[in-house]
Design a protein around this ligand. Structure first.
Ligand SMILES: C[S@@+](CC[C@H](N)C(=O)[O-])C[C@H]1O[C@@H](n2cnc3c(N)ncnc32)[C@H](O)[C@@H]1O
Length: 213
């Protein structure tokens, strides 16, 4: 597994950029619950001290993405959504709580990430917890007949050597797209009604939007 070739510690408040500090799980507590401000609400997010794929912390790009999504609410409303690389699950929890979005989290096939997202759902009052899919990009997708209208992702483009695998996963999801039954019958398929399949990716505060209809 290729991991990020830099220490992300400099991106986070309270860090001096010394990677040995964050990787020292002997002296640091394994988990810490931190309060994060989102538009209109505060979320408690359990972050853990180290994860080789950086799924442990809530990445700062999330807040730029959230701001953009709040301003473009109509782009996500009513869409069956999957998030790739959910990490702590905070973005999905916010969107579910704020917009009642039907959202599934997903991340690397790792029980610790899955358990942490479930924990973060529970401490923020999201019960039952959000559906979660353990999926390592490029591997066979665990659901043969997926039915999402929208893929979102925040800060997942740092793994350059994983781009091929990520594209394979995206291709599978795009090709499997089927409009909701009611829309297929009415033939509705337009941007305003949100029946195109689309992809929204935020990376370093740049938001990329791809339509696929
Ligand atoms: C930089 S973190 C961002 C996490 C979260 N989106 C955020 O903004 O706080 C990147 C996420 O992508 C996931 N990831 C990295 N490589 C992956 C792979 N090959 N398959 C699935 N997920 C992967 C990591 O586990 C991690 O949760």
């Amino acid at each position: 597994m290729d991991i990020a070739l830099f220490s992300p510690s400099s991106l986070f408040a309270g860090s001096d950029g010394n990677s040995s500090e964050e990787e020292n799980t002997e002296t640091n507590p394994k988990f810490e619950e931190r309060r994060h401000q989102f538009p209109g609400m505060e979320l408690l997010v359990r972050e853990f001290s180290f994860h080789q794929l950086n799924a442990n912390l809530l990445w700062p790009g999330t807040f730029a993405f959230v701001e953009w999504l709040v301003q473009h609410r109509s782009w996500i409303g009513g869409r069956r959504t999957i998030e790739l690389g959910s990490g702590t699950g905070a973005l999905a929890i916010f969107l579910h709580k704020s917009f009642q979005l039907d959202i599934t989290t997903s991340d690397y096939d790792d029980a610790e990430i899955e358990e942490n997202i479930a924990h973060n759902c529970q401490i923020n009052g999201v019960t039952p917890v959000l559906p979660h899919i353990k999926h390592t990009w490029g591997d066979a997708f665990p659901i043969s007949d997926p039915c999402w209208d929208l893929i979102i992702a925040s800060d997942i483009l740092l793994y350059v050597k994983q781009y091929g695998n990520l594209i394979n996963t995206l291709s599978f999801l795009l090709k499997s797209y089927k409009p909701k039954a009611s829309e297929a019958v009415s033939g509705k398929n337009d941007e305003q009604n949100g029946t195109f399949f689309s992809l929204l990716v935020c990376f370093a505060k740049i938001i990329v939007h791809v339509w696929y209809g």
